[in-house]
Design a protein around this ligand. Sequence first.
Ligand code: ZN
Ligand code: ZN
Length: 223
Amino acid sequence: MAVSNLTMVSLMEARVPERATVTAGCRERGCTAPASARCAYVDGRGRSCETAWCHRHLHKIGAEGYCRRHASTVAALGGKAKDPRALPAVDHRGASLVNWICIEGHSALHGAVASALKTGEVIFEDRTVNVVRQSDGSRRWERGWRIGDRSGLKSKVLVCVDESDDALVLLAVDDKVIAVAVPPWITRRRSHQAVTPALDASDRTQFYGFLFGHIQRALALRP
Ligand SMILES: [Zn+2]
Ligand SMILES: [Zn+2]
């Protein structure tokens, strides 16, 4: 299993607890408006998100309003968000992180899968994040690409985040984890490190390039 250089750095860091602020105002940094509504997210164990936001910074999905993270969690799961068993814990970014990587990294990841197609094969692409239960009972959020032909499913490439660590991205090809990485922007947030947009862009390119290379190599080995 491959571990990216970026991950090696972040795995050695201690986790920095996120600072909680209690205020009657909107939680958005720099916003001085009063908070008008709380995030509507309630996880599978009944724990709710405690953040409150002004009208402008509350993200509407259907009839409900959410903070940014939970709006992206609910959007990532699509219709499955109605099932409490699919919802990550209130402080778990798994579903939204998987979705973000599949969207931001789409051209690299989809391109790697497409480049491995053989004659007669087609790609089936997930549009939302799925949740699967693993043998130890814990959950995994995943989204990806499946390769199939007339005879059925041939291969699958999944971007996954486990319930046990919501910063660690797993790349699985045909049910085998072939690479793990902590995305560079998460490493930075943990260490309160600011970088220039140029360095941020180059780290992201390197991160998606790492995933691209592993997908290509793994699919090239299939029979
Ligand atoms: Zn606001
Ligand atoms: Zn929330």
